[in-house]
Design a protein around this ligand. Sequence first.
Ligand code: AMP
Length: 559
Amino acid sequence: MTQENGGFAALDLHPNVLAAVIATGYEEPSAIQIQAIPVILAGHDMIGQAQTGTGKTAAFALPILSRIDPAKRQPQALILAPTRELALQVATAFETYAKQMPGVNVIAVYGGAPMGPQLKAIRNGAQIVVATPGRLVDHLRRDEKVLSTIQHLVLDEADEMLKLGFMDDLEVIFKAMPESRQTVLFSATLPHSIRSIAEKHLRDPKHVRIETKTQTVTAIEQVHLMVHADQKQAAVLRLLEVEEFDALIGFVRTKQATLDLASALEAKGYKAAALNGDIAQNQRERVIESLKDGRLDIVIATDVAARGLDVPRITHVMNVDMPYDPESYVHRIGRTGRAGRTGRALLLVTPRERRMLQVIERVTGQKVGEVKLPDAQQVLDARIKKLTNSLAPLVADAEASHGELLDRLTADIGCSPRALAAALLRKATNGQALTLAEVERDQPLVPGGSSSGPRERSERSERPDREGSRERRAPVPVGEGRARCRTALGARDGIAAKNLLGAILNEGGLVREAIGRIQVRESFSLVELPEEGLENLLSKLKDTRVGGKPLKLRRYRED
Ligand code: AMP
């Protein structure tokens, strides 16, 4: 067990960075982190082949934070990301890892927000700048010296940046930085265009990639479910309703997540416990014993804590958080299907992690079929089935033992045996929702992150529709599960679809796929938002401003 975070401690990170990592609850470095951190710390240029979900952000953020000088109030590291959303994520990650480094400031620079405050923050000495290329070039036009002190450059998701047509912008940015800088390039794929950038702009780069040996997995049925990150817990609860498991182990990434999910499950009446590296050895053994003998049915664990765990009762493995690499996936799901039994492995995939799913399929040589989130009817059917299964064995001799009592009670109360049976059922089911309407009310449907949804949008892929004549066009039918909303901001206010998208994603805490069509007209705009939770979302967005003007989104009724 790595109680002391031995894995991270061995990496030579700055003590304050290490302290922040320990505070986040990461138990051990992921494969890409183990390989990339020493290379970046040593100051080498590097090409890292890794996709989202491998822990690549920390793989560059931790060593870069360890190398900057907080006392110097000038930009020292620049991270380029293809989209506003990714830039914000990366900036947030840097802020988390810099929590124990007073004086370190991080600024995210992207289109759709006013330029003045961004430039001011850079000039005021933010050491870490996370930017989308387009907006950064706009800044360079205003101040060509703005990048002259950069010593570390990271191109994150470089292949995506090229796909979005940022090649020319990248060239402008390269030229504006000192040649002596360190350059690190992360890319999921290495097409010719990326290799030629590397040849031109990287010096003697080290290559880092996670070796993926083909692995065989037998006797385990594997499925995945697309889900938005903020809806994982609801999805887990829903899946558990219909999955017929004996014992289940769920994997998450952090200690805190083991505690959060285990207590949410306990609150729903499951016999569940957490297992993580902070739990003392004797307590850990107690948890495993309880799982073996049925006092527990669910254990939520981190990879480290579940190492070596062998419980034949486990019929299900749920990958609540994506494993860092295919090897750990194979390792995890190997906890089921023991002793010749068949097992079932479920994998929750957020829209950004789709590539990771493909890698897993390639490495295991198996298709991981898609399941949909069970709907209210399926949940109801599963509940009734469980009730039937629990009552059926009791019926055989109940009349002999309790028949007379039943006669007496019905006579005393003056009711029919049906009425009494119904009352007893109500008592036995203890308020559980057992009609369709009740189940629907209890568990509002989570709009699924279907894999057939629209492609992720980027800063550049939205085309505003400015022609006034189109304003009279017949209304387009709104997407299923979505509501159309209107804002009085339109093209005449200088608004483009990407501005609306960015603001709603950012302030509404949504993922890109939750948002449907965006139509920008001359004097107003229409945005399709999830019907589910709409009122909540609109109230979150109530003070949002776009291009300095209030967004004021309202539900739009066409009639
Ligand atoms: P990324 O691949 O950078 O998008 O990271 C995916 C997720 O993994 C993020 O939510 C990180 O917070 C998390 N993460 C990164 N490294 C670790 C680690 N060593 N242990 C646990 N979680 C991690």
